[in-house]
Write a protein of this length. Structure first.
Length: 239
């Protein structure tokens, strides 16, 4: 298996996924014709939590594997997220969402599960593992976003144009091939392909929890004190 090409590794990964595809609870709701504007607002809030972690993860990957073709993959994804940030902010503003809507809603483990797994891959995964995990992320995320937007339009779900502009595009052209190339380069240099596939499959589960949070089906809420109570405790926030 250590002689596998990048495309063969991707094929093996897809075959493994085929028997147990990741859940997309939000897409299931849309297919049932029950998608609402609040679901889309919640998706924006969950998405907002990801950008900072994604940028940190790509930066760490670049520091750990600062050679071509790997650094090209991490650089392109960094540019993609940096360009997406103002578009997502415009989307949130068009929905009438303020800072509290973005940073403090929702407060569940599921919301941050993808972030945590991506950070683990960045810190501990091999080059091949980062590449297959990112291939998985790009392939599953953009494909499901396109399906969600199509269903939202078909069902006439009320949403601002900024939402459709953000989620309708598919900038993955070339990224999947590049990720496969990076995975092959890693395996050629001694990376364990089985570990790479394992971490990619684990990230799939994080993606599934991302969509579950967006669907409002979280099961592990995290309760924190209100800002007012914190400001009144031990003089925090006092001038």
């Amino acid at each position: 298996m250590h002689g596998e090409s990048g495309e063969n590794l991707v094929s093996i990964l897809r075959q493994a996924r085929g028997g147990n595809p990741p859940e997309n609870a939000l897409l299931d709701i849309a297919r049932d014709g029950k998608l609402t504007t609040d679901h889309l607002r919640r998706l924006v809030a969950v998405e907002w939590q990801c950008h900072a972690v994604e940028l940190s993860a790509y930066g760490l990957m670049s520091a750990r594997f600062p050679r071509r073709p790997a650094v090209r993959l991490y650089g392109r994804l960094t540019e993609l997220v940096v360009g997406a940030q103002p578009k997502l902010a415009a989307c949130a503003e068009a929905f009438g969402m303020g800072p509290d809507d973005l940073w403090y809603r929702p407060r569940t483990y599921e919301t941050f599960a993808f972030d945590g797994m991506l950070a683990y891959v960045a810190a501990n995964g091999s080059q091949a593992a980062t590449a297959l995990a990112l291939h998985t992320d790009v392939e599953l995320y953009f494909g499901d976003c396109a399906r969600l937007v199509r269903l939202a339009r078909e069902q006439g779900v009320e949403a601002p144009d900024e939402f459709f502009r953000y989620y309708e595009g598919d900038p993955s052209t070339g990224l999947l091939d590049l990720a496969a190339e990076v995975a092959e380069d890693g395996v050629r240099n001694g990376d364990d392909p089985q570990e790479a596939i394992l971490l990619a499959r684990l990230l799939e589960q994080g993606i599934g929890l991302f969509w579950r949070s967006a669907a409002g089906l979280d099961v592990t809420p995290v309760h924190v004190p209100s800002r007012e109570s914190l400001e009144g405790a031990a003089g925090i926030g006092a001038e």
